[in-house]
Write a protein that binds this ligand. Structure first.
Ligand SMILES: [Zn+2]
Length: 160
């Protein structure tokens, strides 16, 4: 599979949901040359959540059971302290529970946002996804981004 994505054929406005924006904010490269870094910085600003969205979505790090019993704090049951690293108790088995890097929010308040991308920013996203694909590091949240930014370009039907 070569890098043959034609970015001229790609959209310049993309409708993104909360998970997709988080995936990009967490994953876009933090290293590169000065031009690509400026491009990524501007892109991050566009992807970032506004005060109004923070107010509406109420992001938090859910407690996850340390004993891996399967319990994870739900948005509906969230407690007052939502900060990363807080230690509490698993409500299912009584073991310890900790707030890890996972992010949750009020999904009933979720909406998609249309975000404009420059050609360079599209290139940055496409290169990032290709790299993850090559390293076999794509995860389910990346797949919808792949569909939106690359579509079926580069997918060899024989491979499917
Ligand atoms: Zn537990």
């Amino acid at each position: 599979m070569g890098q043959k994505v034609d970015i001229r054929a790609l959209v310049d406005e993309v409708k993104l949901n909360v998970q997709e924006r988080l995936t990009m904010l967490n994953g876009l490269p933090a290293e590169g040359d000065i031009i690509s870094l400026k491009s990524v910085r501007l892109l991050r600003e566009k992807l970032s959540f506004t005060d109004e969205e923070h107010e509406r979505l109420q992001f938090f790090h859910p407690l996850v059971c340390n004993a891996r019993c399967g319990w994870t704090e739900r948005y509906e049951d969230r407690r007052r302290v939502w900060a990363l690293g807080t230690q509490e108790e698993c409500e299912a088995c009584g073991a310890g529970a900790a707030r890890g890097p996972m992010i949750m929010w009020d999904r009933t308040q979720e909406s998609e946002v249309e975000i404009p991308f420059s050609k360079r920013q599209v290139r940055t996203v496409v290169d990032w996804l290709w790299k993850l694909n090559k390293e076999k590091k794509l995860t389910p949240p990346h797949v919808t981004l792949w569909d939106k930014f690359i579509g079926d370009q580069g997918e060899d039907e024989e491979d499917l």
